[in-house]
Ligand binder design. Structure first.
Ligand code: PLP
Length: 406
């Protein structure tokens, strides 16, 4: 991949911040958008803005066709069996809230849900909210100090009461890749019950080749904005048989078959989970982002990002006083670190003065910070447009910052 050429597709990568050329290393928070995506959104509003599924008029039909064509693109991108298994949501957060709301309604007293210690808050709080006041236990798969799941604990945690296992494919706070496929396989060997498996793929989708059938998951959640698409749109993939039985999450237009004051019946999946007017322009932009990623090839992106990850890890490890948090062998997209006793906020602020954008804080994963007994970390995260020069500038700047803070 010619990264210099690729960078030209992302207008924002050419701007200055604090009078310095921007080096954007906060891709785990959100990725930048290529011009193809930006123009597709503008084209929609200029030329065929109309509500979908509702009109017989031409614009509505064009909008609906394009909106549904993206569903097919997503289906192919993650290798779902059918496009009806793709539900549009606002993002990972809404996808998990939908699942937590719908699935917990069918749980019985004494049932158990397993999540891990390294989850993003959006794979913790929805379960807590929906289990409140019910006798349903949320059990935690602990992490080791390298950030990987402590799989020896699986035997103790999984029981005949386990009904749901919901895990992140890649930790957003540490960048650690978790082998969810293998874990689900082991979980199903330990318990004889039918356990529902959920993947939080927010950080998996931009950095790994995702095949939901191969993963053996029942549900896969992700946000489009983490993979070069607009904000405000995301996906819940669910196996068709399960979606057909699930209780709708929100009520409103489009999700019904028939409404009367006596009895309302629901539409088929995916529409029964898509109440109200969707974010059509963002779906259109999402389709362009997938096209963009496919044009480069996800395998090429992964190979490039692996090299960047290795190079950045080496360079950072050579900075005196710098400590990587979650130094696991399999990582994707992000490196978390601390410098001596300095506060990550100071590191982030000083780097910002040099035009370098990183993230600091708890990264919406406070239990991870509690594990290491730290208030937060500094996190640099990468994308397909990150090149070796970006890493060199970042590492050189970090050296200066380390000297200033120690
Ligand atoms: N899960 C993980 C692992 C994440 O990294 C994020 C966002 O950073 C989310 C969930 C929530 O995603 P969103 O805010 O796009 O809904």
């Amino acid at each position: 991949m010619d990264i210099k050429e690729i960078k030209k597709d992302f207008p924002i990568l050419g701007i200055n911040v604090n009078k310095k050329p921007l080096i954007y290393l906060d891709n785990a928070a959100t990725t930048q958008k290529p011009i193809q995506v930006i123009e597709a959104i503008s084209d929609y509003y200029r030329n065929y803005n109309a509500n979908v599924h509702r009109g017989v008029h031409t614009l509505s039909q064009i909008a609906t066709d394009k909106f549904e064509a993206v569903r097919e693109q997503i289906k192919n991108f993650i290798n779902a069996k059918e496009s009806s298994e793709i539900i549009y949501t606002r993002g990972t957060t809404e996808s998990i809230n939908l699942l937590a709301s719908s699935l917990t309604k069918t749980l019985q007293e004494g049932d158990e849900i397993i999540i891990s210690e390294s989850e993003h808050h959006s794979n913790i709080v929805p379960w807590q909210l929906n289990c409140e006041g019910k006798n349903i236990k949320i059990k935690i798969l602990p992490i080791r100090d390298d950030g990987s799941y402590d799989l020896d604990e699986l035997e103790n945690i999984v029981t005949e009461n386990t009904r749901i296992v919901s895990l992140a494919q890649v930790s957003n706070s540490l960048g650690v890749v978790h082998r969810v496929k293998e874990i689900f396989h082991r979980v199903r060997k330990i318990s004889h019950r039918n356990i529902l498996t959920i993947v939080d793929g927010a950080q998996g989708i931009p950095h790994l080749k995702v095949d939901v059938q191969d993963l053996g998951c029942d549900f896969y959640c992700f946000s489009a904005h983490k993979i070069y698409a607009p904000m405000g749109i995301g996906v819940l993939y669910g196996r068709k048989e399960l979606l057909e039985e699930m209780i709708p999450y929100q009520g409103g237009g489009e999700m019904i078959k028939e409404v009367s004051f006596e009895k309302t019946t629901y539409n088929v999946a995916p529409y029964r989970f898509e109440a109200g007017t969707p974010s059509v322009a963002d779906v259109i932009g999402f389709g362009k982002a997938i096209e963009y990623v496919n044009s480069l090839g996800i395998e090429n992106i992964i190979a490039h990002e692996d090299k960047i990850m290795q190079y950045a890890t080496e360079r950072l490890k050579n900075i005196e006083g710098l400590r990587i948090i979650g130094d696991y062998k399999e990582k994707a997209g992000a490196i978390s670190f601390l410098i001596g006793n300095s506060h990550p906020f100071d590191v982030g602020t000083l780097l910002d003065q040099l035009g370098i954008a990183i993230r600091t804080g708890h990264h919406c994963a406070q239990p991870v910070m509690q594990h290491y007994n730290i208030p937060g970390t500094a996190r640099a995260s990468f994308a397909l447009y990150t090149d070796f020069e970006d890493i060199d500038k970042f590492a050189d700047a970090l050296k200066r910052v380390a000297l200033m803070l120690q």
